[in-house]
Design a protein around this ligand. Structure first.
Ligand SMILES: [Zn+2]
Length: 115
């Protein structure tokens, strides 16, 4: 198990994939980083609206438009890459380097939460 820098970071990494703020581990090849992520919806809300409406054959998310009637996409996660813990200032790259294998395992587990 990775020893993170502080209780705040521990709490937020436990929240990955849930509504609200969390920390997500992200890996793309040899690029590894953490994101501070905010998700606006509970998982069951997303599941409900992603399901297909039998009448229309589309998902159940209502279409959104701006004032000019241009379609506005739904946003399911906002990601901010972080190099230092926002709470205690620890250099997160050092934690990643020290725990590469475990970091990769966690990043794989969190793959569905990266967007
Ligand atoms: Zn910290």
């Amino acid at each position: 198990m990775i020893k993170y820098c502080c209780d705040w970071f521990n709490r937020l990494i436990e929240q990955a994939g849930e509504k609200g703020s969390s920390i997500v581990a992200y890996r793309d090849g040899e690029h590894r980083s953490f994101y501070l992520q905010t998700r606006p919806f509970e998982k069951d809300v997303i599941e409900k609206y992603n399901s297909i409406d039998e009448k229309t054959g589309n998902n159940k998310w209502p279409d959104l438009y701006d004032k000019r009637e241009i379609p506005v996409p739904w946003v399911f996660a906002l990601n901010i890459p972080i190099k230092f813990c926002p709470q205690c200032g620890t250099n997160l790259e050092k934690i990643i380097k020290k725990n590469k294998k475990e970091f990769d395992r966690i990043a794989t587990e969190m793959e569905n939460y990266q967007k």
